[in-house]
Ligand binder design. Sequence first.
Ligand code: FAD
Length: 401
Amino acid sequence: PDRIVVVGGGLAAGTAVVELRERGYEGELVLLAAEDHPPYERPPLSKAVLLGEAEPDSTGVKDPQWYADHDVQLRTGARADGLHTGRRQVLVGREAIGYDTLLLATGARPRRFPMADNSGASVSYLRTIEDSAALRARFGPGFRLGVLGGGWIGLEAAAAARTSGAEVTVLESMDLPLLRVLGPEVAGVMAEMHREHGVDLRTSADVTGISRTDDEVHVALGDGSGVVVDHLLVGVGVEPDTTLAEVGGLVVENGIRTDRHLRTSAEGVYAAGDVANADHPLLGRPLRVEHWDTAIQHGKVAAANLLGGEVDADALPYFFTDQYDFGMEYVGHAAPGGYDRVVLRGDVEGRTFTAWWLDGDRVVAGMHANDWDAIDDVRRIVGTTVDATRLADDGVALGDL
Ligand code: FAD
């Protein structure tokens, strides 16, 4: 191709652009990024940045100078708002930019909670550098933070806030935080850990009203109780940003639908990262993953295929989290109903263990908690069939499975 256009300013877009140049592509390369920053990574925004250990703008995929040095036309603050796949043009306002091949890496944005938005109270979401910087500025002893939603972002923010000495209340509608992702065995460990660190974790919380009095946020719950905080952080998940894909008439179905090569329904147009609902060759069905590692893998696969390759996007989902002194890595995909048994090995009380999700004898997902040497075994074992009795036997080394 003579000109490749990449739309998006996240990790998938940034990785794709770097990979294109590393693969020796010398044609024109245009990167349209809606935010006022070159592509950056988000995981530190709810961890090191909130803890005050890293600066908000320190997480760039590459130094800004890299783009100039590699002849990438980086346009920040440029939101693509039109797409004519017939004419092979992307629009930014009235300006039309032609492409030979196009990558849409428009990511995801926080799911809104209208009751909070309409309350007039001090409420925010956490997705961008600005969101993180604004939240961190308020942390410290005496600050009362409410977190709506006990998902990854909410729990990481809760941990960082507690570490700063703030008072934290987490409101989770299910019986346990992360219940759907981890199941009760491991979700219970997470809940206990946060309570030990002094988080007021309210589960089965049914939020019935949010209102503002002076500088306080009042959250009313269905059981008649309530919570008063200084600020409410909403973390109730994300939605794929398919606005541009819809304008262009692409097939959109829980994100932009692609085949295993990340090809969308339009000729020459690919999608990657949080926005892509891609056929997964190993799982045999489409899967949309909202994780850091997939953004990187997709970015690389998309780059190869934008140049005419036919590389499969076949990496298994992988994610990690850090909260307090607890870290974990998870590989695979254990959807509710997709497994019939969870095996825990190691010291669960001491929070140094591995967990395995099995469908019969097939391991569909695995994770380690604070047992960093185990990650190679987790990667090797997930997707294979094992003797479940041996897996459950702590006396059998993982390496022998
Ligand atoms: P995004 O990062 O969403 O980037 C998409 C970009 O495209 C955005 O900047 C958007 O403004 C821009 N854009 C959208 N539409 C247009 C348009 N029309 N024109 C131009 N630009 C456009 N994952 C993990 O695995 N582990 C973690 O610990 C972890 N922590 C996280 C912590 C936080 C606070 C957040 C927010 C996410 C975290 N994630 C984590 C998830 C991970 O960051 C995402 O999976 C990853 O950012 C996805 O990258 P992406 O490039 O697909 O999309």
